[in-house]
Design a protein. Structure first.
Lengths: 131, 164
């Protein structure tokens, strides 16, 4: 089982390759889309690279949910997530910092949940569970 | 002109790898426009040829039931060029496949000489999003203008390889 720092280093290497990001930009707090310039298609690339680098299977939607807000109309109201939406987000993304997001739960802010740290935490949980 | 950037498959192992060839000829307009006075096959079209070969390899794995689109070229390097009279050989290998798409590793050679190598990421288009758009039908979208017919090139009417 690699240490947290070893996982971070591998994730950082993946993001440098997939996004053409600079190593120094890939801090734990950096957001994939806002700070590192990722586009939606890069998420698929990242998932492929994580699977290869860590030799794991990552089912669809487990790391990055598909169309979260559009899937169910009760999850959003007036461009923000409802309490039910936030609860669903916690369930779907236990590896993300939903507390921070909940302070301003606009749909457009969902993408800020996708940080380098989120991927590291996801991989830690995944590797610890041995799946 | 038709958007065919491979002439024929010479090897096709379903779900694994394939090899296609593209013969470069002086009759092709783009050779004259690309670098005037120095007719070479544009690198972008070599990449397109590798993507067509790789896209068909990926699409064939699911019996062409998925809508395959070229999503991203994470890595491409051009080492050399191809001139009229050269045969470009595109070797494509399916590295990873998952429900959302696949990754193909490709090389382009002229004889033993490496011309280009690339990694290409394809996405399976979400059919729910594509619903209602006739333009996104597999038959007339990704493998448009009968590109899949390239699988039949060099075959006789009964499907057997046509011998010279």
């Amino acid at each position: 089982m690699p240490t947290s720092n070893e996982i971070y280093e591998k994730v950082r290497e993946i993001l440098v390759d997939a996004l053409g990001a600079d190593e120094s930009e890939c801090t734990m707090d950096a957001t994939l889309m806002g700070d590192l310039g990722a586009e939606s298609i890069d998420f698929l690339d990242i998932v492929f690279r994580l699977e290869k680098a860590f030799n794991v299977k990552i089912p669809r939607g487990e790391l990055f949910p598909d169309n979260f807000a559009a899937a169910d109309p009760t999850l959003t109201k007036d461009g923000s997530l409802t309490p039910a939406g936030i609860a669903e987000l916690r369930k779907r993304l236990p590896h993300a910092d939903v507390d921070k997001f909940a302070k301003d739960p606009k749909v457009e802010n969902i993408q800020d949940l996708f940080t380098v740290g989120m991927i590291v935490k996801f991989m830690e949980t995944k590797l610890a569970a041995g799946t | 002109m038709r958007w065919f950037w491979i002439d024929r498959f010479v090897e096709f192992e379903s779900g694994s790898h394939a090899t296609a060839v593209k013969n470069v000829t002086l009759a092709e307009e783009h050779l004259h426009d690309h670098i005037p006075g120095f007719p070479v096959m544009p690198g972008s079209l070599i990449l397109e040829g590798m993507a067509q070969a790789g896209g068909i390899l990926l699409g064939e794995k699911s019996g062409f039931s998925e809508i395959v689109i070229l999503a991203k070229v994470p890595q491409v390097t051009f080492h050399s060029w191809a001139c009229p009279g050269d045969t470009l050989t595109y070797a494509v290998k399916l590295r990873d496949v998952r429900p959302e798409g696949g990754v193909v590793e490709c090389t382009a050679h002229v004889g033993e000489r490496l011309v280009a190598e690339a990694e290409i990421l394809f996405n399976h288009l979400d059919k729910s999003k594509a619903a209602g758009s006739a333009a996104l039908d597999q038959k007339n979208f990704v493998f448009s203008m009968g590109l899949l017919g390239v699988l039949e090139v060099g075959r006789a009417g009964d499907g057997a390889p046509a011998s010279p």
